[in-house]
Design a protein around this ligand. Structure first.
Ligand SMILES: NC(=O)c1ccc[n+]([C@@H]2O[C@H](COP(=O)([O-])OP(=O)(O)OC[C@H]3O[C@@H](n4cnc5c(N)ncnc54)[C@H](OP(=O)(O)O)[C@@H]3O)[C@@H](O)[C@H]2O)c1
Length: 461
């Protein structure tokens, strides 16, 4: 029985579960807790507790994010920066076993001569090296000449000193010139508390590394999720936005990115040379179509096809191909006059949701466009079988927030979200060949041929 089936079943018996302080609490009507139920609950306790803790958002409705965004007072650059890292000899990269990280690693290897120290989770260097290599191979980016310049460092972003010994931390602090911080925990259902160690405290550890001994330039990967406060609704948000508003950011992931970016901004105020790169949804490679398949957009496409329905939303799909994002970041990071800034790597030519529906129909998939509430009911019904790729994202699609009782996907609609301007970024990239491809039929053709050839999607019958 899947967890969802189990919850459904317990609910029907009137049994209510909750998690607090790492313990599972249970309320049940008299006489319902049969020995059979007690056995199931005790056997699956750890799994249930894990799930309930991940969904703490429902419990932790209010978090004062501004109180969270306080950078440790000891984190100050120890020296003034001598070089801005535009021609680095040693780079420290996080997230290189991930999606964007693979493209950043490949781009850094091609555009610089530097050694790239990559922070990787694990216990053996050899395995870590293999993970980095396999990830590049998966995205079709591997080149054997890269091998000697990729240096794995075993660690964990969510731990003090990134899980490194003091000696290793100091050695890296003395040696590296630049840091690219792409590593993060991405989840649309985890709570802020669950994400904080990696996304917030981990960013603070990165800032500590950047400040210690030699002052390093830091390139921090952020997200437009930081603008989910209603204060930005309908506003034009450009690269110089100060990011002062945080009230009613509901999603744990967005909260963690807001707090982390504020810490980064504070470190910049203290004199650390930092660029911030905000991205919209990052989509597959615009040339090969290769895309991280457990990404939310891929799962939505597959989930709609599996369900035979998609919700009506007045929404523009803002997808930035991963090759554009990585090339943009690496180019911008190497411009001397362009340090200390924010850049917006969103797509100036997004795609309306309704067009995605038309596109799926044109491929022969049998899909209906239905009102959001109706679609939510259909999605909830998938809990019984757990055979839809969106089932584990039900809290994201169904949880209602605030006085307006609004779900996050509804919040992303055109009439509520801010209008993101990327004009300054485009102006800085103007002299280059780095251009964000429009989200159009040509790009979707590339993505869908990858989905089909990799077996991620079945062709329409
Ligand atoms: N993808 C998007 O649509 C999108 C949009 C806007 C902004 N961003 C930002 O872009 C960055 C990269 O995203 P992505 O799509 O490349 O994510 P991803 O594919 O999930 O990769 C995340 C990377 O972070 C690493 N990581 C996670 N927790 C870690 C920890 N505790 N210690 C060490 N490494 C850890 C992962 O390592 P493992 O392989 O060990 O898990 C992986 O290498 C993130 O900062 C994200 O917030 C992404």
């Amino acid at each position: 029985m899947s967890l969802y089936q189990l919850f459904d079943w317990l609910n029907k018996q009137g049994i209510k579960l909750s998690a607090q302080d790492g313990k599972l609490h249970l309320r049940a009507p008299k006489g319902v807790l049969s020995p059979e139920i007690q056995t199931i609950l005790s056997e699956r306790k750890a799994e249930i507790l894990e799930f309930m803790t991940q969904n703490q958002q429902k419990i932790e409705k209010f978090i004062d994010l501004s109180a969270e965004a306080v950078l440790e007072s000891t984190i100050y650059p120890e020296n003034t920066a001598t070089s801005l890292g535009t021609e680095p000899t040693s780079i420290f990269l996080t997230g290189a076993t991930g999606f964007l990280g693979a493209f950043l690693l490949s781009e850094l290897l091609q555009q610089t001569q530097a050694k790239i120290y990559c922070l990787v989770r694990g216990s053996e260097l050899e395995t870590a090296q293999g993970r980095l290599q396999n990830n590049l191979k998966f995205y079709n980016l591997w080149n054997s000449s890269f091998q000697s310049r990729i240096i794995p460092v075993l660690g964990d972003i969510s731990l003090p000193q990134l899980g490194l010994t003091t000696a290793t931390f100091s050695k890296l602090a003395n040696e590296i010139d630049s840091i690219y911080h792409s590593g993060a925990l991405l989840s649309y259902v985890y709570s802020y508390a669950r994400l904080k160690p990696c996304n917030v405290l981990g960013t603070q550890e990165i800032l500590r590394l950047a400040c210690q001994s030699k002052t390093k330039s830091l390139h921090y990967i952020s997200s437009f999720a930081v603008f989910e406060s209603s204060a930005y609704s309908q506003k034009i948000v450009d690269e110089n936005e100060s990011l002062s508003d945080w009230e009613d950011i509901y999603l744990g992931y967005s909260q963690s990115k807001w707090v982390a970016e504020k810490l980064v901004m504070e470190a910049r105020n203290r004199g650390l040379p930092i660029n911030i790169y905000r991205s919209a949804f990052i989509s597959g490679d615009s040339q090969t179509g290769i895309w991280k398949n457990n990404d939310i957009i891929c799962r939505m496409i597959k989930g709609y096809i599996q369900m035979g329905s998609m919700p009506q939303l007045d929404y523009f799909l803002d997808l930035s191909p991963v090759d554009y994002v990585a090339q943009g970041i690496v180019y911008l990071s190497r411009q001397k006059q362009a340090i200390g800034k924010c850049y917006h790597l969103n797509n100036p030519h997004p795609y309306h949701w309704q067009n995605l529906f038309a596109w799926l129909c044109s491929l022969g998939y049998s899909i209906q466009l239905i009102p959001y509430q109706q679609w939510q009911k259909q999605l909830s019904a998938t809990m019984r079988t757990n055979q839809n790729v969106l089932t584990s994202l039900i809290p994201f699609f169904c949880q209602e927030w605030g006085q307006e009782k609004i779900t996050i996907p509804e919040l992303y609609q055109q009439n509520i979200r801010p209008k993101i301007s990327c004009q300054e970024t485009i102006n800085t990239l103007r002299e280059t060949s780095i251009v964000c491809p429009a989200v159009d039929t040509a790009l979707l053709k590339i993505y869908f041929s990858y989905f089909l050839s990799s077996g991620y999607l079945e062709p329409a019958s």
